[in-house]
Design a protein around this ligand. Structure first.
Ligand code: GAR
Length: 215
């Protein structure tokens, strides 16, 4: 029985270690293919990782665009030229306009290095340490118009250790990101997760709380 392979476009701004985890998973048995990797920065190492794996790359620098909407429209046209079934934000460090988010409603995923809804935005590890959290982690969610908002599908919980530093904690969280992102893409490819009438569903039933992996 052959199923159509899910086509992905991955957006990156930096190192692309999550991209690498997805590349590795597709080389293994993840039923998805990366059609292109797009970055807003020409120095993003993620582009290099894509090229090394024979994946098409594009750079769309945001700087020449007069405003967010105009850039996002150009980005949408570029993404759509690859006709992806799913768009993956993998360290794409731009705020997205409502126009963009609405266009990809239900097929736009993001990964964020915190246990959402805690610590939206930047410096999540440092903020979790400063707050004295005993549990931190990462979340994969469908994207809505709210920054780092949208229904969370899967979280990896990472215990904070005594004398943890931001770097050590970040490294342990990142390791888990590389597990949970391919997992959620697999669920999407298998048709197990979807947004229906603004409600996250798993296996056809509402999923009110994220699935949690303890590490
Ligand atoms: C990851 O930790 C990801 O969760 C975070 O950027 C990093 C990208 O690393 N994303 C966000 O903070 C989005 N709000 P990578 O380029 O090595 O995958």
């Amino acid at each position: 029985m052959s199923k159509e392979t899910l086509s992905l476009v991955v957006l990156v701004s930096g190192s692309g270690s999550n991209l690498q985890a997805i590349i590795d998973a597709t080389a293994n048995d993840l039923p998805a293919k990366i059609a292109a990797v797009i970055s807003n920065r020409d120095d993003a190492y993620g582009l290099e990782r894509a090229s090394q794996n024979g994946i098409e790359t594009r750079v769309l620098n945001h700087k020449p665009y007069p405003d967010r909407e105009t850039y996002d429209q150009a980005l949408m046209a570029l993404i759509d030229s690859f006709q992806p079934g799913l768009i993956i934000l993998a360290g794409f460090m731009r705020i997205l306009s409502p126009l963009f988010v609405q266009h990809y409603q239900g097929r736009l995923l993001n990964i964020h290095p915190s246990l959402l809804p805690k610590y939206k935005g930047l410096h999540t590890h440092q903020r979790a340490l400063e707050a004295g959290e005993t549990l931190h982690g990462a979340s994969v969610h469908f994207v809505t118009e709210e920054l780092d908002g949208g229904p969370v599908i899967l979280q990896a919980q990472v215990p904070v250790e005594t004398n943890d530093t931001e770097e050590r904690l970040a490294a342990r969280v990142l390791k888990q990101e590389h597990i949970i992102y391919p997992q959620v893409i697999r669920w999407f490819a298998e048709g197990r997760i979807a947004i229906n009438n603004h409600q996250l569903e798993m296996d056809g039933k509402p999923l009110s709380n994220p699935v949690i992996i303890n590490t």
